[in-house]
Ligand binder design. Structure first.
Ligand code: 13P
Length: 250
């Protein structure tokens, strides 16, 4: 039985004052939800604040990206060990916004993925197709290629230390979520592809859905067999909505 997991991706939002209100409300709201893991992935400057507020609570914190290399000559870089230093357990890798706007490729995402694993962090590895790719029936091809960039390179065992997220680009930041059936179909495809390499890992790895999750659509999405929780963008900035989504997973 896979334990449900809900991760808030705050993206480039927040301020010290706003974060405090948001985190305190989330911490209070989820404290009695015993059957779900709740994570917030915050911008780098607020990792210390997240650590100070969330330590010892049910809320786990993480980052939204990392560099693949260790400390060195890389202006603006944040290394895996820096995230560990701030008590991060999770880090998002290969989000579509980074793949598209920051020229992340399958290769650079794979390098970040393995750097996270080596540092003892749990990467949240994002995959998903564009609207045009879906309309051309390329969803399996694109998601399969993204998955293979990890699976073929590092073998299935590393996935036991990771979380996967299916985030169709046409559903991210829109008001157009995938239907539970559409999402389930891709999640099942991902799990089957892993199962061909390692049935045990396929059964245990958590695959999250992301893209316009709201309190109203979360219960139906989370009821699907291969959907193990959510990666939540906008609604993670609203404590009431985020707690309601965590409660739906609980
Ligand atoms: P929204 O929930 O705002 O659509 O964002 C999803 C996402 O990108 C989470 O990583």
């Amino acid at each position: 039985m896979r334990r449900k997991l809900v991760i808030g991706n705050w993206k480039m939002n927040g301020s010290i004052a706003k974060n405090q209100l948001l985190l305190e409300a989330v911490i209070a709201g989820v404290q009695d939800l015993h059957h779900v893991d709740c994570v917030v992935c915050v911008p780098y400057p607020y990792l210390g604040q997240a650590q100070a507020l969330a330590q010892g609570t049910k809320v786990i914190w993480g980052a939204q990206n990392l560099c693949a290399s260790e400390d060195g000559v890389l202006t603006g870089g944040v290394s895996p060990h820096m995230l560990v230093d701030y008590g991060c357990q999770y880090v998002i890798v290969g989000h579509s916004e980074r793949r598209m706007l920051s020229h992340e490729t399958d290769d650079t995402a794979a390098a970040r993925f393995i750097a996270a694993i080596k540092a003892g962090l749990t990467p949240i590895f994002c995959m998903g197709e564009t609207k045009e790719e879906r309309e051309s029936d390329w969803t399996d091809y694109v998601v399969g290629r993204q998955l293979d960039s990890i699976l073929r390179r590092f073998g299935p065992e590393v996935l036991a230390k990771a979380v996967l997220a299916y985030e169709p680009l046409w559903a991210v930041g829109t008001d157009n979520p995938a239907t539970p059936e559409q999402a389930q179909q891709v999640h099942k495809f991902i799990r089957h592809r892993i199962a061909k390499c390692d049935a045990h890992v396929a059964k245990s790895v958590r695959i999250l859905y992301g893209g316009s999750i709201q309190p109203s659509n979360a219960p139906a999405l989370f009821a699907m067999h291969d959907i193990d929780g959510g990666l939540v963008g906008r609604c993670s900035l609203d404590a009431q909505a985020f707690v309601a989504i965590c409660a739906a997973a609980n």
